[in-house]
Design a protein around this ligand. Sequence first.
Ligand code: ZN
Length: 134
Amino acid sequence: MKISHIEHLGIAVKSIEEALPYYENVLGFKCYNIETVEDQKVKTAFLKVGETKIELLEPTSPESTIAKFIENKGEGIHHIAYAVEDGIANALAEAESKEIRLIDKAPRKGAEGLSIAFLHPKSTRGVLTELCEH
Ligand code: ZN
């Protein structure tokens, strides 16, 4: 697959409202978009760091995978997202052919209108990995 850059880092937080002052007032980034992704039961906030973004993830329901993540591991880095240039479907087929376990067998719609798919951390050395494409 062809990856151009790290699109974003996903960071699980209990509250975007409480987390933003650190990113905006200490690190000096600017939040440019807050969006709820209903089917993932998550509220997201995006900040730009050069070409890469920080995606803050706040659970909107106790059943959210983000709520479970925070319960088990606490707040912190949740996933890394790579920008794929030659199609998510191609990238998934390639990953599967190389015996990587897929969470998503087909691309789905993520925040910011991106097409996304996740690879299972059990086959990526512990890092929940998102592939995304504009
Ligand atoms: Zn993400």
